[in-house]
Design a protein around this ligand. Structure first.
Ligand code: MSP
Length: 653
């Protein structure tokens, strides 16, 4: 492993549904370690993406009455929107439907086939479609007389089909040896032991192709088969960094330093993936970390239980930093934890608003009051200063140690320990009393310098975890540029720029009133229910309206318009705000199409609009015209369009 690069990955998520808070949990953790390593000067590669093939997705698309490609495109767009909302700074987003990926997956299959590691046979056994996982009879669980998947406890299906097999068993001994001699390879330790047991129970050869559906990468030597989705998916970790396409890049980043995965898919990553890599004669990743699950208050999150926590709602309500902080701080990485809105609000109020927010606010206000906002040079020192300065250095070292073990929770605890110590320093030094006497001026300078410097250091140390607060702090502390540029070593004491002005600003984290918030949620639910019912009532085909004359019709000015920009209107799940070009000018419109179309997919489309309609304000947004779209009683909707290209603004008669 080269020292100057750091390669971290998240699982690639199935675009079978929108992502929930559990997925955000893994991705925020990966983003944080990537930001931290970047700050430490590593050439960092952070990969995430989507796992788009397989029977599960094919079925989901069918259910939705869509082609798989169209279906996944729509969902992947929501992934990217979510990552943007959470400031996930990935270096690459891989989609397994990318041509480059598909071609290399075929090459991998072919190489293993040519060298005799893949052979043709027949598979007869059980298959869990939600997990895309093969199981032997002895591995299954039984619930209410039904055979179920030991991982997800959903019913398995009996499968009999011709299949290609990978000689996984051949590599079992080598794999065990590797796991045992590299204790850091599988973390946490409890899960490592589980995996060792699993392998010691015997590794069967693995079925690596399917014939009963089409949505996958074709087996290069046999068109009737598609490659097993987990082989396709796991390969993303090497295809994304140029395996077989950009050798230089591949060699720079491979082997990966860290695959972050949920505990449910640890087995795929610690058994299938390493044996494939061995067969390809590639090095193994340095570490695979299987983190715990974030459960909902009523257990595992699932659509059928209706307990799925939508991160987008939380981000809109509380801001991205509050969510990032909560995810990283609340549940020790590795163990299971429960999501709770009360706990989230509690964290916001006590840690973010009270401890950190107040410290900033008190400090900046004092500089404003006592030094006309100008940051003083330190003057007279006292013993209590040293304690604070020493704790800053200790905190930095502690975080370094915690982050090596992905202990986000304790790393943040250490930062807050320092924040609380700084608050205590105010009480100990009582600057408001010092300010009363002229001869204490030199001492007051030191106290405020130390407070500001502690805050600056806190902002630097928070940069991997939070993506807004460090800069809001930087702005208020008059150190914005320095915080932007700061790397990890800038969390050392003494770099505060003096002589510049602080800028007192709004509180970074407004306090949330728990009761009020829950009332708001209830009101929102009621509103959604009313909307749903209204929509249901609208389902019958509407009668043809009364006749109009030719002239009356000609009064309507219908034009060809091109959608230049689109975005969702906050607080509405139906409305998109559009900017359109109608040749003569650009217009802003509000269109009720958000349930059927994402903002991303409508940009660039040519549609028809009524251009001379009275302007209206919808959801507080001005709308100058109306787009034409057709919808059926089932709620399906298509946009009007033109059969081939024509100038924007052309009239429709
Ligand atoms: N597509 C596969 C991964 C292929 S990686 C080569 C997959 N996708 S998934 O979308 O079902 O799940 C992705 C990740 O989300 C898994 O690591 C899983 O553990 C994680 N989580 C799903 N629900 C979760 C929680 N409730 N909490 C935390 N993580 C959870 O599996």
């Amino acid at each position: 492993m080269s020292k100057d690069t750091y390669y971290v990955t998240t699982p690639i998520y199935y675009p079978s549904d929108k992502l929930h808070i559990g997925h955000a949990y893994t991705t925020v953790a990966a983003d944080t370690i990537a930001r931290y390593k970047k700050m430490q000067g590593f050439d960092t590669m952070f990969l995430t993406g989507s796992d788009e093939h397989g029977q599960k997705i094919e079925r989901k698309a069918q259910e939705a009455g869509k082609e798989p490609r169209e279906y996944v495109d729509q969902i992947v767009a929501t992934f990217k929107e979510l990552w943007e909302k959470l400031d996930i700074d990935y270096d690459y987003f891989i989609r397994t439907t990318e041509e480059r990926h598909e071609k290399v997956v075929q090459k991998i299959f072919k190489k293993l086939y040519d060298q005799g590691d893949i052979y043709k046979g027949d598979y007869a056994g059980w298959y869990c479609t939600p997990c895309e996982s093969f199981w032997a009879e002895r591995q299954l669980d039984e619930e209410n007389g039904e055979k179920v998947c030991p991982d997800c406890h959903r019913p398995v299906e009996w499968v009999e089909e011709e299949s290609y097999f990978f000689k996984m068993g051949k590599y079992a001994d080598r794999l065990l040896e590797h796991i045992k001699t590299h204790p850091e390879f599988i973390e946490p330790e409890s899960r490592r032991n589980e995996m060792i047991n699993f392998i010691e129970n015997g590794l069967d050869d693995l079925s690596v192709s399917r014939t009963t559906f089409d949505w996958g990468v074709p087996v290069p030597v046999d068109e009737d088969h598609v490659i097993y989705v987990w082989i396709d998916a796991l390969s993303n970790y090497i295809t994304a960094i140029g395996y077989q396409t950009d050798q230089e890049k591949f060699e720079r980043y491979w082997p990966a330093d860290l695959h972050l995965v949920g505990k449910d898919i640890l087995r795929f990553h610690t058994v299938i993936w390493p044996t494939i890599l061995m067969a390809l004669d590639l090095e193994l990743p340095a570490q695979i970390f299987g983190h715990g699950w974030l459960l909902s208050e009523t257990g595992k999150m699932s659509k059928s239980k209706g307990n799925v926590v939508d991160p987008v709602v939380l981000i809109n309500d509380f801001g991205k930093d509050a969510i990032r902080y909560y995810l990283l701080r609340e549940v020790a990485f590795g163990t299971d934890g429960k999501y709770s809105t009360e706990a989230l609000i509690q964290r916001i109020n006590s840690d973010l608003a009270n401890d950190l927010g107040n410290l900033l606010n008190r400090t900046v206000s004092m500089v404003e009051q006592y030094f006309d906002s100008e940051i003083p040079e330190p003057g007279e020192k006292e013993a209590v200063d040293k304690e604070l300065i020493d704790l800053a250095a200790e905190t930095k070292k502690d975080i370094e140690a915690e982050m090596e073990e992905l202990k986000y929770t304790t790393a943040l605890e250490k930062i807050w320990n320092f924040v609380r110590r700084t608050n205590k320093y105010i009480d100990q030094t009582t600057p408001w009393i010092l300010a009363r006497e002229d001869k204490k001026r030199e001492r007051l300078k030191t106290v405020l310098y130390n407070l500001l410097e502690s805050l600056r250091i806190t902002a630097v140390m928070l940069k991997p975890f939070l993506t807004e607060a460090p800069y809001k702090m930087g702005e208020q502390l008059g150190q914005l540029e320095a915080i932007k540029k700061a790397d990890w070593e800038d969390s050392n004491w003494g770099a505060l720029k003096t002589g510049v002005k602080v800028n007192n600003g709004d509180p970074m984290f407004p306090r949330i009133d728990l009761e009020e918030y829950f009332e708001k949620i209830e009101a929102r639910k009621d509103k959604a229910e009313t909307e749903r019912q209204e929509e249901e009532n609208e389902l019958d085909l509407v009668d043809i309206k009364d006749r109009i004359t030719f002239e009356e019709f000609m009064d309507a000015d219908i034009r060809v318009a091109e959608i230049l920009e689109a975005e969702k209107i906050e607080g509405s799940n139906k409305l998109l705000k559009l900017k359109v070009d109608i040749g003569l000018e650009e217009r802003q419109l509000v269109a009720g199409i958000a349930k059927n179309f994402s903002a991303e997919e409508v940009v660039g489309r040519k549609i028809l609009i009524v251009a001379n309609l009275e302007p209206a304000t919808i959801f507080g947004v001005k709308s100058e015209g109306m787009i034409l779209a057709a919808s059926d009683p089932e709620g399906n909707m298509v946009l009007s369009t033109v059969s081939s290209d024509i100038a924007n603004g052309s009239q429709v008669k």
